[in-house]
Design a protein around this ligand. Structure first.
Ligand code: NAD
Ligand code: UGA
Length: 460
């Protein structure tokens, strides 16, 4: 039914999503284009720009067969019957709505390029996360003064989470397709549905209006982030009352109405989307005069910032009110395990603040050290000279006063902490920002252990 698909944007979403479509639909040619030629080179190499478990195998199966990573050309646009737009939609940093609204410049540029070269009747699919009613604006640009078949604009938001992208794409809880509720709109939605039906059960493909689809995406991220902030709020209370946040998560998570997932207290959520999408949601609420609704959602972001500040303050307090010239080993820098992505990682804020306190940091991470270097480059004063990037966690911890665990990579659970303890300054501390380690055992080895949302285990 469809022979040629194009995707504009070969990032964390465009690359893996299109690789899976190509893998599951061998009769469809899938071209993925990006303005970043270096990234295209990486997608065509053995070292993909995105680390995701299982992704290498999917790409290898389809690349060169019916999956192609290239620069964006007029020919590839003209050949496509269906074009996904999967470009970044970051928080706007300038002008009206700065710091809150979504920056849609990349989106609009893509739409105008499509307009210049696409054949009439091409279906345009917004996969990027966008403010509600963006499709309407794009549709106006695409269909301005056009005669003949219109461009249909569909909303098809992506719900994959990084670190589990391949599994999430293979077995999505649902695929959401929003369209105009006209005959042409519904026909376009069925075309897109046909692609997914290659591997997703029909009953898991939901069809809605474009607006509901766009707003569902922002709502899903806001609800998920809200759960994290809610349990983190309770973690602060646990620390004052000797309650244990893990026990509370288990106790409330067994209630079928609440459910067990997204109840892990920690140093707060990161990633490129939760904060950006909530800011955007709150901004839209403001535009419609719904300031109480906007404020409600903003409190989720404020709680996240509070959680990060609280964690840094705890480190300072416990380390006798100074970390100046003390070596601290940072375990994990990516915003979650199993990804090299560090966008809006809480680690950026934690490390920056510890450096402002004149600490010396040895940062370790199995995948994210290249991005960590970029994130911490250009800090004021001599801060950058006080950071070492050390892939080996044993070396990172050598001579350190404390381990600060920020990302719960499985590797960190399996380390020989007896050896690590011997190599550290005493008293040695572990600040477990993800409640991931065996606190009893660490305490028995001699560590002072400071978790989140539960009583610290101290030797004095
Ligand atoms: P990304 O920054 O990794 O990738 C976007 C890519 O688009 C970049 O490589 C950029 O060079 C390219 N690009 C920008 N303008 C272009 C243009 N005019 N022509 C060609 N290429 C262009 O971003 P991402 O993480 O893949 O996110 C993309 C969208 O998907 C965002 O709206 C995001 O909110 C949404 N989303 C992301 C995730 C996630 O886990 N990262 C999950 C669901 C939804
Ligand atoms: C999230 C959503 O889960 C995806 O559905 C969505 O598609 C995506 O955002 C997006 O739009 O970008 P992602 O950010 O990749 O996915 O990862 P999550 O697993 O949601 O984790 C986000 C952050 O919350 C991480 O920093 C994680 O450590 C933190 N988190 C998560 C907690 O602190 N506690 C939890 O219980 C769960």
């Amino acid at each position: 039914m469809i022979r040629n698909v194009l995707c504009i944007g070969a990032g964390y979403v465009g690359g893996p999503t299109m690789a899976l479509i190509a893998d599951r639909c061998p009769e469809v040619n899938v071209t993925v284009a990006d303005i970043n030629t270096q990234k295209i080179g990486q997608w065509n190499s053995d070292l993909l720009p995105v680390f995701e478990p299982g992704l290498d195998a999917v790409v290898k199966r389809a690349r060169g067969r019916n999956l192609f990573f290239t620069e964006l050309t007029p020919q590839s646009i003209a050949a496509a019957e269906l074009i996904f737009i999967c470009v970044n939609t970051p928080t706007k940093q300038y002008g009206e709505g700065a710091g809150m609204a979504a920056d849609l410049q990349y989106w609009e540029k893509s739409a105008r390029t499509i307009l210049a070269h696409a054949k009439p009747g091409t279906v345009v699919v917004e996969k990027s996360t966008v403010p509600v009613r963006t499709a309407e604006a794009i549709s106006r640009i695409l269909n301005f003064e056009r005669k003949g078949p219109h461009f249909q604009v569909l909303s098809n938001p992506e719900f994959l989470a990084e670190g589990s992208a391949v599994r999430d794409l293979e077995q999505p809880d649902r695929v959401l397709i929003g369209s105009e509720l006209t005959e042409e709109g519904l026909a376009a939605a069925r075309k897109l549905g046909w692609l997914y039906e290659h591997w997703v059960p029909k009953e898991n493909i939901l069809y809605t209006s474009v607006w509901s689809s766009e707003l569902s995406k922002l709502t899903a991220n806001a609800f998920l982030a809200q759960r994290v902030s809610s349990i983190n709020a309770i973690s602060a209370l646990c620390e004052k009352t000797n309650a244990d946040v893990t026990e509370i998560s288990r106790a409330i998570g067994t209630d079928a109405r609440i459910g067990p997932r997204f109840l892990e207290a920690g140093i707060g959520f990161g990633g490129s989307c939760f904060r950006k999408d909530i800011l955007n949601l709150a901004y839209i609420c403001g535009q419609f005069g719904l300031s109480e609704v906007g404020n409600y959602w903003m409190s989720v972001v404020r709680m996240n910032d509070y959680q990060i500040s609280r964690f840094v303050k705890e480190i300072l307090d416990r380390l006798f009110n100074t970390v100046a010239d003390k070596k601290l080993a940072v375990f994990g820098f990516s915003f979650k395990p199993e990804t090299n992505d560090t966008r809006d990682s809480p680690a950026i804020q934690v490390c920056t603040r510890l450096l402002q306190e004149q600490a010396r940091l040895a940062i370790s991470d199995p995948r994210a050290l290249d991005n960590a270097r970029k994130d911490l480059a250009g800090l004021p004063g001599d801060a950058s000279s006080r950071v070492a990037y050390e892939p080996n966690p044993y070396l990172a911890a050598e001579g350190a006063h404390a381990i600060v665990l920020l990302t719960h990579w499985k590797d960190y659970k399996a380390l020989d902490y007896e050896r690590i303890y011997r190599s550290m300054q005493k008293p040695a501390f572990v600040f477990d920002g993800r409640n991931a380690l065996d606190h009893e055992r660490l305490f028995d080895l001699g560590f002072n252990v400071v978790p989140i949302g539960k009583s610290p285990r101290l030797h004095f």
